[in-house]
Design a protein around this ligand. Structure first.
Ligand code: SF4
Length: 293
């Protein structure tokens, strides 16, 4: 087996383990490259069918191509697609930059709170009806007690502290120093009632691994990652007011792989273009301790 085969095998093992051990499981899909690779791995793990809902948190500031890509793949791959949004904060202008919130307050409102309330079922969820092609209010208000997430340890400092199976307490708080070790592919999957578990099947993958796998498997990726002729592209995708492009002439997956391997970005963090990281002291730990992904 080569390097990518080993990564793929481990991720598929974790996905199957999660599915067999937890009820009411959902998978978060941001539509970025990492969670799209994770979704691809889930299709492989379960023989083409993804047997759990895909949850997308719409911040109200998503780049429109991301929503189009989400819905295109959701239809083609017949995904159980759900989204949640903090409608109150949008209506009350508790956002950035249009409203009166700072970056961090906006992220707390539109990402952390929206995620928490979407997962616990206390706010409306919208489900794609494959017959009409439209989203409808979801009748199912059951809480999702576990969520599969496409975080990678090398992407950002606080993510490197995650386990494959990471627990959050009943308040969604993350007790970083109390996490059990995960030696020799042995994972703790029994947790106290009320625990919310995040599962990270691609924790070990690097940015180059992700792109080489996209290349090998020919995974459909949103075109925002490629230069459209203006000498720039997104290296990491997020909300349009807070995400900058990088200078790049990479027009396709092969050229992105070559660019990354050339070392062009070796001194520039992958999430350098994300404004909210800087406002959180250069990392995301305070946001992530409170539930941010
Ligand atoms: S990334 Fe920007 S627009 Fe998106 S939720 Fe955070 S502050 Fe708001």
């Amino acid at each position: 087996m080569d390097h990518l085969d080993k990564l793929e095998n481990k991720s598929i093992h974790i996905l199957r383990e999660a599915y067999s051990e937890f009820d009411n499981l959902a998978m978060l899909w941001s539509v970025g490259k990492d969670s799209t690779v994770m979704l691809w791995l889930a299709r492989k793990a379960f023989f083409g069918h993804v047997p759990l809902p895909l949850v997308h948190i719409d911040t109200g500031y998503m780049i429109p191509e991301m929503i189009e890509h989400r819905d295109k793949l959701a239809r083609e791959w017949e995904l159980e697609m759900i989204y949640g949004v903090n409608e109150e904060a949008l209506e009350e202008n508790r956002t950035f930059p249009e409203g009166d919130a700072t970056h961090l307050e906006c992220c707390e409102n539109m990402k952390t709170e929206a995620l928490k309330r979407t997962l616990d079922g206390s706010w409306p969820r919208y489900r794609l009806n494959h017959n009409t092609g439209e989203y409808e209010l979801d009748d199912n208000k059951e809480p999702y007690t576990g969520v599969i997430v496409g975080g990678r340890a090398d992407e950002e400092g606080s993510r490197s502290k995650e386990r494959y199976f990471s627990a959050r307490d009943e308040n969604n708080d993350w007790h970083v120093s109390e996490q059990p070790p995960e030696f020799w592919s042995q994972y703790k999957t029994d947790f106290a009632p009320g625990t919310h578990v995040r599962i990270h099947p691609i924790l070990d993958w690097t940015e180059v691994d992700i792109w080489e796998y996209i290349q090998r498997e020919n995974i459909p990726i949103v075109s925002l990652y490629f230069d459209q002729g203006e000498g720039e592209r997104y290296r990491s995708l997020g909300c349009y007011p807070c995400t900058d492009t990088v200078e790049s002439t990479a027009r396709n997956v092969e050229e992105v792989v070559d660019e990354l391997k050339s070392g062009k970005f070796s001194d520039i963090a992958e999430r350098d273009g994300r404004a909210q990281d800087e406002e959180d002291g250069g990392g995301l730990e305070s946001l992530r301790r409170e539930g941010y992904m």
